[in-house]
Design a protein around this ligand. Sequence first.
Ligand code: KG4
Ligand code: ZN
Length: 345
Amino acid sequence: MRILAIESTCDETACAIVDDARIVRSNVVASSSELHAVYKGVVPEIASRAHIENILPVVREAIDQAKTNFDEVDAIAIAHRPGLIGSLIVGLTAAKTLAWSLGKPLIGVDHVAAHLYSVQLSRLAAELAPPVSLPAIGLVCSGGHTAIYLVHDWHDIQLLGKTIDDAVGEAYDKVGALLNLSYPGGPVIDKLAQQGDPTAIKFPRASLGKESLNFSFSGLKTAVLYHVRGHAGREREASSLSEKGIIDVCASFQAACVDVLITKLKRALKQTNAKSIIVGGGVSANRGLRAALSKLPVKVHVPDFEYCTDNAAMIGGLAHVLLERGASTSLDLDASPASAIRATA
Ligand code: KG4
Ligand code: ZN
């Protein structure tokens, strides 16, 4: 089965063609990140407008790169939740229009569930990883989401804990802005952290109690602010830090983030019957996190780099699984800012 998938939940307009749930024939992503850089964060209205401009060229490009055509597509998939509502509506409208005009089924996919599913994808059949053995602990860590799940099956995911304030990627981007680094801060901090001393500054790790699987990154962010700018938050400028001072902040901040994520994963393993771990979302590209994950005593699945940040291939892959399980394909599908994944199985 061949699926054309669309993703427009935040600032990436993406379209992919995915065969048989796992083989990615094309994966086209147009980001409006540069338009947001001046504001050091995503501006929803600007993102929506960029989606309108990008959606048709991106769909055409995905079809061309996959060397296919609309007749050969069996179904249309769309990430219809969670996300910025204006952004979601642009992708959903395009997907509904394609499904209706081509007479193909429309499948709605939860973006967060798709970040977990992204570990199943590959460009080449020969390079496919063995299927994930379930149940698994799933961690989604990105700019908009930081949450931990028990993945009973790809259509049956249970929320175990989530951030009570910032997402970890959001904390990376805010610390990047504070240090006057380019936007988004995550990849830049990751790179600088490789040369710094992770023990230079002892930033706080929020545990939120012995058993909790929730996260909090706002205290860490404030601690970095105080370290960089003084206790009133404006006693000095980040530019007064030496180059070594900046890379040590990056390394120490990254060490704190990684510690928290790993601690919660270990706790989740103890509290459940899961035998493996899946990590998805933009921060799963982080080298410090990947190194720490590789030391865990269970099998850890991370996506190929091209499927860590927002993409439509993960939407197309998961849509196939859902369609086979009899997912509804109604054109009444709505966009929603919230994920549908609940704490009850
Ligand atoms: O998954 P994604 O594209 O969007 C959301 O669903 O939110 O994630 C984007 C986030 C940004 O906050 C970005 O700074 C972060 O992922 N990110 C990273 C790295 N690459 C992207 N954070 C840390 N290290 C990286 N290498
Ligand atoms: Zn995402």
